[in-house]
Design a protein around this ligand. Sequence first.
Ligand SMILES: [Zn+2]
Length: 242
Amino acid sequence: MKKFLSALTIASVTLFASSKANWSYSGKIGPDYWGDLSHDYIMCKVGKNQSPIDISKAVNASLTPLNIYYNVKAKTFLNNGHTLKAKMKDGAKLYIDGKEFKLIQFHFHTPSENTIDGKYYPMEAHFVHSTKGGELAVVGVMFKIGKFNPAIQKLIDNMPKKVGEKKDICQTSLKAKDLLPKSLEYFRFNGSLTTPPCSEGVRWFVLKEPVEVSKEQVRAFESVMGKNNRPLQNLNARVILK
Ligand SMILES: [Zn+2]
């Protein structure tokens, strides 16, 4: 009997751990409850280096210029029910801390997740990179209301409006570099994924200069994604470098 019970326990734990619990940005499965939805999401609740954060009181440091190679096309544009995400063709890279990070995908949040000196931007893009060993780095780009943005329009013209829908965007020739501002000066800090499982150990680089986008263009993203930004998290013992 005892043997049977422990086998049962192991089976149910395995089942629970392997299930990807559903989550959202509001209500009963919203950000306040992410850590309770699955054992896999525990860091959302107990983590001390969580993202996003308010970027203020940054400390001056001699940061190396961001060494990125983004002259590579995006392949597909997916609506996964949480964000609009563009997957990249191979070859886009970020070199930092003596390591090579491959750009996997970029996606969007409306409004921004991180804030700068307490200020929210209407949209933020996250460029998500990984080393071969699975270390993660995210480059954050803020968008502010201004001029019409032709690169962003390529995405809007191919927007997957239904959850689960995926568009082939190779023919648009949109490259990751088309979404970057002129200056690559950045703030640096340690953080996490901003969605479950909220894994920590993520290197964050948020660019200081925002990219311009028209009000209608932000509205186009917002109308599909809704409000998809996690609330600000405590800085705790972390330092922000500039
Ligand atoms: Zn993100």
